[in-house]
Design a protein around this ligand. Structure first.
Ligand code: NAD
Length: 363
Protein backbone atom coordinates (compact mmCIF):
# COMPACT_ATOMS: atom_id res chain seq x y z
CA UNK A 1 0.00 0.00 0.00
CA UNK A 2 1.16 3.57 -0.61
CA UNK A 3 0.73 5.67 2.52
CA UNK A 4 0.50 9.39 1.76
CA UNK A 5 1.18 11.03 5.10
CA UNK A 6 1.39 14.71 6.01
CA UNK A 7 4.07 15.44 8.61
CA UNK A 8 3.91 18.44 10.92
CA UNK A 9 7.15 18.39 12.88
CA UNK A 10 6.02 21.29 15.06
CA UNK A 11 7.93 23.16 17.73
CA UNK A 12 10.03 22.40 20.80
CA UNK A 13 10.51 18.62 21.10
CA UNK A 14 8.16 18.13 18.11
CA UNK A 15 10.85 17.59 15.44
CA UNK A 16 12.78 15.18 17.71
CA UNK A 17 9.82 12.94 18.53
CA UNK A 18 8.36 13.04 15.00
CA UNK A 19 11.72 11.91 13.55
CA UNK A 20 11.48 8.75 15.66
CA UNK A 21 7.84 8.10 14.69
CA UNK A 22 8.70 8.51 10.98
CA UNK A 23 11.56 6.06 11.49
CA UNK A 24 9.06 3.58 12.93
CA UNK A 25 6.66 4.07 9.99
CA UNK A 26 9.52 3.48 7.54
CA UNK A 27 10.47 0.30 9.38
CA UNK A 28 6.85 -0.90 9.23
CA UNK A 29 6.84 -0.14 5.49
CA UNK A 30 10.03 -2.14 5.01
CA UNK A 31 8.76 -5.18 6.93
CA UNK A 32 5.18 -5.22 5.67
CA UNK A 33 5.84 -4.03 2.10
CA UNK A 34 4.32 -0.51 2.14
CA UNK A 35 5.74 2.71 0.77
CA UNK A 36 5.46 5.88 2.82
CA UNK A 37 5.28 9.16 0.95
CA UNK A 38 5.63 12.18 3.24
CA UNK A 39 4.40 15.72 2.75
CA UNK A 40 6.13 18.23 5.07
CA UNK A 41 3.62 20.75 6.47
CA UNK A 42 4.22 23.85 8.58
CA UNK A 43 2.05 24.69 11.59
CA UNK A 44 2.40 26.69 14.79
CA UNK A 45 5.59 28.51 15.66
CA UNK A 46 7.48 26.97 12.74
CA UNK A 47 4.88 28.46 10.38
CA UNK A 48 5.01 31.87 12.12
CA UNK A 49 8.79 31.94 11.59
CA UNK A 50 8.40 31.39 7.84
CA UNK A 51 5.01 32.93 6.96
CA UNK A 52 4.16 35.19 9.91
CA UNK A 53 0.98 33.20 10.65
CA UNK A 54 0.50 29.86 12.47
CA UNK A 55 -1.47 28.24 9.62
CA UNK A 56 -1.59 29.00 5.90
CA UNK A 57 -4.16 27.97 3.28
CA UNK A 58 -1.33 26.08 1.62
CA UNK A 59 -0.90 23.85 4.69
CA UNK A 60 -4.65 23.18 4.80
CA UNK A 61 -4.82 22.35 1.10
CA UNK A 62 -1.75 20.11 1.24
CA UNK A 63 -3.10 18.35 4.36
CA UNK A 64 -6.37 17.65 2.53
CA UNK A 65 -4.47 15.79 -0.20
CA UNK A 66 -2.94 13.42 2.40
CA UNK A 67 -4.56 10.24 3.79
CA UNK A 68 -3.54 11.20 7.33
CA UNK A 69 -1.33 13.69 9.16
CA UNK A 70 1.23 12.90 11.86
CA UNK A 71 2.05 15.82 14.10
CA UNK A 72 4.50 16.69 16.88
CA UNK A 73 3.39 19.26 19.42
CA UNK A 74 3.33 22.95 18.69
CA UNK A 75 3.91 26.05 20.82
CA UNK A 76 6.71 27.54 22.87
CA UNK A 77 7.45 29.04 26.24
CA UNK A 78 4.80 31.72 26.71
CA UNK A 79 7.15 33.86 28.84
CA UNK A 80 10.16 33.91 26.55
CA UNK A 81 9.04 33.06 23.02
CA UNK A 82 8.42 35.98 20.61
CA UNK A 83 5.40 34.04 19.24
CA UNK A 84 3.49 35.06 22.38
CA UNK A 85 4.00 38.78 21.75
CA UNK A 86 1.63 38.37 18.80
CA UNK A 87 -2.11 38.84 19.24
CA UNK A 88 -3.88 35.59 20.36
CA UNK A 89 -5.26 34.79 16.90
CA UNK A 90 -1.69 34.76 15.48
CA UNK A 91 -0.12 32.56 18.17
CA UNK A 92 0.91 28.90 17.58
CA UNK A 93 -2.12 27.32 19.31
CA UNK A 94 -4.53 29.30 17.09
CA UNK A 95 -3.11 27.34 14.15
CA UNK A 96 -3.97 24.05 15.81
CA UNK A 97 -7.58 25.02 16.52
CA UNK A 98 -7.92 26.36 12.96
CA UNK A 99 -6.56 23.22 11.27
CA UNK A 100 -8.88 20.99 13.36
CA UNK A 101 -11.80 23.13 12.20
CA UNK A 102 -10.66 23.31 8.56
CA UNK A 103 -10.32 19.52 8.40
CA UNK A 104 -13.64 18.97 10.19
CA UNK A 105 -12.05 16.79 12.88
CA UNK A 106 -15.05 16.13 15.12
CA UNK A 107 -13.95 12.99 16.95
CA UNK A 108 -11.10 13.00 19.42
CA UNK A 109 -9.61 9.69 20.48
CA UNK A 110 -7.47 9.45 23.58
CA UNK A 111 -6.30 5.99 24.58
CA UNK A 112 -5.35 5.49 28.22
CA UNK A 113 -3.18 2.42 28.50
CA UNK A 114 -1.45 1.31 31.68
CA UNK A 115 1.49 -0.89 30.81
CA UNK A 116 2.26 -3.51 33.43
CA UNK A 117 5.92 -2.36 33.24
CA UNK A 118 5.05 1.24 34.17
CA UNK A 119 2.50 0.56 36.86
CA UNK A 120 4.62 2.27 39.53
CA UNK A 121 3.79 5.58 37.77
CA UNK A 122 0.06 4.96 38.31
CA UNK A 123 -1.43 6.69 41.36
CA UNK A 124 -4.07 3.96 41.84
CA UNK A 125 -3.79 1.02 44.25
CA UNK A 126 -2.07 -2.08 42.91
CA UNK A 127 -5.13 -4.33 43.31
CA UNK A 128 -7.02 -2.00 40.94
CA UNK A 129 -4.32 -1.88 38.26
CA UNK A 130 -3.12 -5.50 38.40
CA UNK A 131 -2.56 -6.64 34.79
CA UNK A 132 -2.78 -3.05 33.45
CA UNK A 133 -5.73 -1.52 31.56
CA UNK A 134 -6.45 -0.27 28.07
CA UNK A 135 -9.34 2.08 27.40
CA UNK A 136 -10.17 4.66 24.75
CA UNK A 137 -11.99 7.92 25.41
CA UNK A 138 -13.87 9.14 22.35
CA UNK A 139 -14.82 12.78 22.77
CA UNK A 140 -17.04 14.84 20.47
CA UNK A 141 -14.87 17.83 19.56
CA UNK A 142 -16.86 20.38 17.58
CA UNK A 143 -20.27 20.70 19.29
CA UNK A 144 -21.87 21.08 22.69
CA UNK A 145 -21.23 23.67 25.35
CA UNK A 146 -17.89 24.91 24.00
CA UNK A 147 -19.44 25.89 20.67
CA UNK A 148 -22.88 27.02 21.83
CA UNK A 149 -24.22 30.54 22.01
CA UNK A 150 -22.97 32.49 25.00
CA UNK A 151 -23.51 35.89 26.49
CA UNK A 152 -23.28 37.78 29.76
CA UNK A 153 -25.83 40.44 30.60
CA UNK A 154 -27.51 42.18 33.44
CA UNK A 155 -30.94 40.75 34.28
CA UNK A 156 -32.95 42.76 36.86
CA UNK A 157 -29.72 44.34 38.12
CA UNK A 158 -27.90 40.99 38.46
CA UNK A 159 -25.03 39.97 36.18
CA UNK A 160 -26.06 36.73 34.50
CA UNK A 161 -24.07 34.47 32.14
CA UNK A 162 -25.50 32.01 29.59
CA UNK A 163 -23.79 29.12 27.82
CA UNK A 164 -25.94 26.89 25.67
CA UNK A 165 -25.41 23.18 25.13
CA UNK A 166 -26.79 22.04 21.78
CA UNK A 167 -26.44 18.79 19.87
CA UNK A 168 -28.39 17.73 16.85
CA UNK A 169 -29.02 14.10 15.98
CA UNK A 170 -26.60 14.16 13.02
CA UNK A 171 -23.70 15.32 15.20
CA UNK A 172 -24.44 12.53 17.67
CA UNK A 173 -24.93 9.87 15.01
CA UNK A 174 -21.61 10.51 13.22
CA UNK A 175 -19.53 10.26 16.39
CA UNK A 176 -21.49 7.27 17.67
CA UNK A 177 -20.77 5.45 14.40
CA UNK A 178 -17.06 6.14 14.74
CA UNK A 179 -17.13 4.86 18.33
CA UNK A 180 -18.81 1.59 17.32
CA UNK A 181 -16.42 1.14 14.38
CA UNK A 182 -13.49 1.59 16.73
CA UNK A 183 -15.01 -0.79 19.28
CA UNK A 184 -15.21 -3.40 16.49
CA UNK A 185 -11.41 -3.19 16.25
CA UNK A 186 -11.07 -3.57 20.02
CA UNK A 187 -12.96 -5.52 22.71
CA UNK A 188 -16.41 -4.63 21.29
CA UNK A 189 -17.80 -2.69 24.21
CA UNK A 190 -19.02 0.93 24.14
CA UNK A 191 -19.83 2.85 27.32
CA UNK A 192 -21.84 5.92 26.34
CA UNK A 193 -21.52 8.61 28.99
CA UNK A 194 -24.17 11.29 29.48
CA UNK A 195 -26.30 13.06 32.07
CA UNK A 196 -29.63 11.80 30.78
CA UNK A 197 -31.28 12.10 34.21
CA UNK A 198 -31.04 15.91 33.85
CA UNK A 199 -30.17 17.14 30.34
CA UNK A 200 -32.31 17.05 27.20
CA UNK A 201 -29.18 16.96 25.04
CA UNK A 202 -28.16 13.79 26.91
CA UNK A 203 -31.56 12.18 26.40
CA UNK A 204 -31.26 12.75 22.65
CA UNK A 205 -27.64 11.51 22.82
CA UNK A 206 -28.80 8.26 24.47
CA UNK A 207 -31.64 7.75 21.96
CA UNK A 208 -29.40 8.23 18.90
CA UNK A 209 -26.59 6.09 20.34
CA UNK A 210 -29.12 3.28 20.88
CA UNK A 211 -30.27 3.58 17.26
CA UNK A 212 -26.68 3.39 16.00
CA UNK A 213 -25.99 0.40 18.29
CA UNK A 214 -28.58 -1.62 16.36
CA UNK A 215 -26.26 -1.48 13.32
CA UNK A 216 -23.46 -3.09 15.38
CA UNK A 217 -25.01 -6.18 17.01
CA UNK A 218 -21.58 -7.56 17.98
CA UNK A 219 -20.86 -4.54 20.18
CA UNK A 220 -22.25 -4.34 23.72
CA UNK A 221 -23.56 -0.93 24.69
CA UNK A 222 -23.73 0.34 28.28
CA UNK A 223 -24.98 3.77 29.34
CA UNK A 224 -23.35 5.49 32.30
CA UNK A 225 -23.99 8.84 33.96
CA UNK A 226 -20.98 11.13 33.83
CA UNK A 227 -20.65 11.48 37.62
CA UNK A 228 -20.59 7.71 38.00
CA UNK A 229 -18.07 7.42 35.13
CA UNK A 230 -15.70 9.85 36.87
CA UNK A 231 -15.79 7.53 39.91
CA UNK A 232 -15.55 4.28 37.95
CA UNK A 233 -12.42 5.47 36.09
CA UNK A 234 -10.48 5.43 39.35
CA UNK A 235 -12.38 2.58 41.00
CA UNK A 236 -12.29 0.04 38.18
CA UNK A 237 -10.71 1.33 34.91
CA UNK A 238 -10.45 -2.24 33.55
CA UNK A 239 -14.23 -2.34 32.95
CA UNK A 240 -13.94 0.16 30.06
CA UNK A 241 -13.16 -0.41 26.39
CA UNK A 242 -14.46 2.58 24.34
CA UNK A 243 -15.94 5.47 26.33
CA UNK A 244 -18.09 7.63 24.06
CA UNK A 245 -19.07 11.08 25.25
CA UNK A 246 -19.84 14.69 24.36
CA UNK A 247 -17.37 17.56 24.30
CA UNK A 248 -17.21 18.88 27.87
CA UNK A 249 -17.63 15.52 29.62
CA UNK A 250 -14.90 14.15 27.33
CA UNK A 251 -12.59 17.06 28.08
CA UNK A 252 -12.72 16.25 31.77
CA UNK A 253 -12.82 12.44 31.60
CA UNK A 254 -9.95 12.18 29.08
CA UNK A 255 -7.65 14.15 31.39
CA UNK A 256 -8.74 12.02 34.33
CA UNK A 257 -8.11 8.83 32.35
CA UNK A 258 -4.69 9.97 31.18
CA UNK A 259 -3.66 10.98 34.69
CA UNK A 260 -4.18 7.44 35.96
CA UNK A 261 -1.72 6.08 33.39
CA UNK A 262 1.21 8.11 34.74
CA UNK A 263 3.47 9.74 32.14
CA UNK A 264 2.51 12.38 29.58
CA UNK A 265 5.26 11.04 27.28
CA UNK A 266 3.23 7.84 26.75
CA UNK A 267 -0.14 9.32 25.69
CA UNK A 268 -1.14 9.15 22.04
CA UNK A 269 -4.17 10.87 20.48
CA UNK A 270 -6.07 11.18 17.24
CA UNK A 271 -8.69 13.52 15.81
CA UNK A 272 -10.83 12.07 13.04
CA UNK A 273 -13.35 13.30 10.50
CA UNK A 274 -16.13 11.45 8.71
CA UNK A 275 -13.74 9.80 6.23
CA UNK A 276 -10.70 7.75 7.20
CA UNK A 277 -8.64 10.94 7.49
CA UNK A 278 -7.15 11.77 10.89
CA UNK A 279 -4.63 14.01 12.61
CA UNK A 280 -2.44 11.99 14.98
CA UNK A 281 -0.40 13.62 17.72
CA UNK A 282 0.95 13.07 21.23
CA UNK A 283 -1.31 14.40 24.00
CA UNK A 284 1.53 16.36 25.61
CA UNK A 285 2.83 19.76 24.59
CA UNK A 286 6.07 20.89 22.97
CA UNK A 287 8.00 20.69 26.27
CA UNK A 288 10.21 23.76 25.63
CA UNK A 289 12.06 23.01 28.89
CA UNK A 290 13.73 19.95 27.31
CA UNK A 291 13.63 20.90 23.59
CA UNK A 292 16.86 20.25 21.70
CA UNK A 293 18.34 18.06 24.45
CA UNK A 294 17.47 14.79 22.71
CA UNK A 295 15.91 13.35 25.87
CA UNK A 296 12.15 13.60 25.14
CA UNK A 297 10.10 10.42 25.24
CA UNK A 298 9.06 9.60 21.64
CA UNK A 299 6.64 6.79 22.64
CA UNK A 300 3.44 8.91 22.59
CA UNK A 301 4.22 9.98 19.02
CA UNK A 302 5.16 6.44 18.00
CA UNK A 303 1.88 5.15 19.46
CA UNK A 304 0.08 7.96 17.58
CA UNK A 305 1.71 6.61 14.41
CA UNK A 306 0.34 3.16 15.33
CA UNK A 307 -3.14 4.72 15.62
CA UNK A 308 -2.63 6.29 12.18
CA UNK A 309 -1.91 2.86 10.71
CA UNK A 310 -4.96 1.36 12.42
CA UNK A 311 -7.60 4.04 11.90
CA UNK A 312 -6.64 5.80 8.66
CA UNK A 313 -5.29 2.76 6.75
CA UNK A 314 -6.95 -0.22 8.50
CA UNK A 315 -3.48 -1.72 8.91
CA UNK A 316 -4.28 -3.49 12.17
CA UNK A 317 -1.46 -6.03 12.01
CA UNK A 318 1.08 -3.28 11.44
CA UNK A 319 -0.36 -1.21 14.32
CA UNK A 320 -0.25 -4.29 16.58
CA UNK A 321 3.40 -4.81 15.61
CA UNK A 322 4.31 -1.24 16.65
CA UNK A 323 2.41 -1.49 19.94
CA UNK A 324 3.99 -4.87 20.69
CA UNK A 325 7.46 -3.43 19.95
CA UNK A 326 6.82 -0.58 22.43
CA UNK A 327 5.72 -3.11 25.07
CA UNK A 328 8.73 -5.31 24.39
CA UNK A 329 11.13 -2.36 24.70
CA UNK A 330 9.63 -1.43 28.06
CA UNK A 331 9.74 -5.08 29.19
CA UNK A 332 13.41 -5.20 28.24
CA UNK A 333 13.99 -2.40 30.73
CA UNK A 334 14.62 0.64 28.52
CA UNK A 335 13.32 4.01 29.70
CA UNK A 336 13.62 7.67 28.77
CA UNK A 337 14.21 10.07 31.68
CA UNK A 338 10.54 10.88 32.28
CA UNK A 339 9.61 7.22 32.97
CA UNK A 340 12.94 6.14 34.48
CA UNK A 341 12.94 3.99 37.60
CA UNK A 342 15.57 2.12 39.59
CA UNK A 343 17.35 -0.76 37.89
CA UNK A 344 16.27 0.25 34.36
CA UNK A 345 18.44 1.40 31.45
CA UNK A 346 18.16 5.10 30.63
CA UNK A 347 18.14 5.92 26.91
CA UNK A 348 17.70 9.10 24.86
CA UNK A 349 15.05 9.91 22.24
CA UNK A 350 16.93 8.44 19.28
CA UNK A 351 17.98 5.30 21.16
CA UNK A 352 14.37 4.68 22.22
CA UNK A 353 13.26 5.02 18.57
CA UNK A 354 16.00 2.61 17.44
CA UNK A 355 15.16 0.05 20.15
CA UNK A 356 11.49 0.07 19.16
CA UNK A 357 12.35 -0.27 15.43
CA UNK A 358 14.57 -3.28 16.20
CA UNK A 359 11.61 -5.00 17.86
CA UNK A 360 9.06 -4.51 15.08
CA UNK A 361 8.34 -7.82 13.44
CA UNK A 362 5.62 -9.78 11.66
CA UNK A 363 3.79 -12.22 13.92
P1 NAD B 1 4.04 20.14 28.08
O1 NAD B 1 3.21 18.92 27.92
O2 NAD B 1 4.78 20.60 26.89
O3 NAD B 1 5.08 19.90 29.27
C1 NAD B 1 4.69 19.56 30.60
C2 NAD B 1 5.84 18.75 31.24
O4 NAD B 1 5.88 17.45 30.65
C3 NAD B 1 7.23 19.36 30.99
O5 NAD B 1 8.03 19.19 32.14
C4 NAD B 1 7.79 18.56 29.84
O6 NAD B 1 9.19 18.48 29.82
C5 NAD B 1 7.15 17.19 30.07
N1 NAD B 1 6.94 16.45 28.80
C6 NAD B 1 5.98 16.68 27.87
N2 NAD B 1 6.10 15.83 26.83
C7 NAD B 1 7.18 15.06 27.13
C8 NAD B 1 7.85 14.00 26.46
N3 NAD B 1 7.42 13.55 25.26
N4 NAD B 1 8.93 13.44 27.04
C9 NAD B 1 9.36 13.86 28.24
N5 NAD B 1 8.78 14.86 28.93
C10 NAD B 1 7.71 15.45 28.38
O7 NAD B 1 3.06 21.28 28.63
P2 NAD B 1 3.32 22.84 28.82
O8 NAD B 1 4.71 23.09 29.36
O9 NAD B 1 2.16 23.31 29.58
O10 NAD B 1 3.21 23.45 27.36
C11 NAD B 1 4.35 23.77 26.54
C12 NAD B 1 3.87 24.27 25.19
O11 NAD B 1 3.15 23.24 24.51
C13 NAD B 1 2.89 25.45 25.27
O12 NAD B 1 3.21 26.34 24.24
C14 NAD B 1 1.54 24.82 25.05
O13 NAD B 1 0.60 25.71 24.52
C15 NAD B 1 1.89 23.73 24.05
N6 NAD B 1 0.93 22.62 23.98
C16 NAD B 1 0.70 22.12 22.75
C17 NAD B 1 -0.15 21.04 22.59
C18 NAD B 1 -0.37 20.49 21.22
O14 NAD B 1 0.42 20.74 20.34
N7 NAD B 1 -1.41 19.70 21.00
C19 NAD B 1 -0.77 20.45 23.71
C20 NAD B 1 -0.48 20.97 24.99
C21 NAD B 1 0.38 22.06 25.10
Amino acid sequence: MNLHIGVIRGDGIGPEIVTEAVKVLNKVGEIFGHTCQYEELLLGGASIDVHGVPLTDETIEKAKTCDAVLMGSIGGDAKTSPWYRLEPSKRPEAGLLAIRKALNLFANLRPAVLYEELKEACPLKEEITEGGFDLMIMRELTGGLYFGERRTEEVDGVMTAYDSLTYNENEIRRIAKRAFEIAMKRRKHVTSVDKANVLDSSRLWRKVVEEVAEEYPEVTLTHMLVDNCAMQLVKDPKQFDVVLTENMFGDILSDEASMVTGSIGMLASASLNETKFGLYEPSGGSAPDIAGLGIANPIATILSAAMLLRYSFDLDQEADAVEAAVSRTLKDGYRTGDIMSEGKTKVNTKEMGDLICERICRK
